[in-house]
Design a protein around this ligand. Sequence first.
Ligand code: FES
Length: 144
Amino acid sequence: MTEVAESQEESELIAYVVCGLNDIPSRRARGFHLVIVDENGEEKPLPIIIVRWGKQVFGYLNICPHDGVNLDWERNQFLDSNGLRLMCGKHGATFEIGTGACVDGPCLGNGLTPVALKVIDDDICILGVTLAEETESEEETPDS
Ligand code: FES
C-alpha cells in the first residue's frame, strides 16, 4: 500500500492509494477488501465500494444498512440494471450513487456509510484511516 503526501491544507491526513483512477471504468463500481489499524493498534477489515463517475469518485463501506451484508452478492455487481444506483443484492435496496442514501427498499431513510476518497495524481486514495502497512489491498476482479 502506497502512502501519498497530501496537500498543505490537509497535511495532517495521510492518503493511501487504493487503485488507479483508470482501474475503474467510468460509471462502474468496484469492491476492495482493505485492512485498517484501529485506535488500539488492532487490524480490522474494511470492505469498501468505489464508484467512478467520470473524474469523480464516491466511496462507501460495503455494508448494507438493512442487514449488514456486502452489497455485491455477485462479485463487483454493485449497480442496478440501469447502472444509475447502487443496489444490495440481498433484498434489492437501492442507493443514490452521489450520497449513499437509500431511495428504495427495506432500509429507506438510512444510507451507506461514506468513505473519504480523493483522486491524487490519477490514483484513487482513501483518507481518514490507517491502513495496515504489510497488507496489500485485496482487489477483486473488475466487472465487465
Ligand atoms: S440486506 Fe441489503 S436490502 Fe436487505
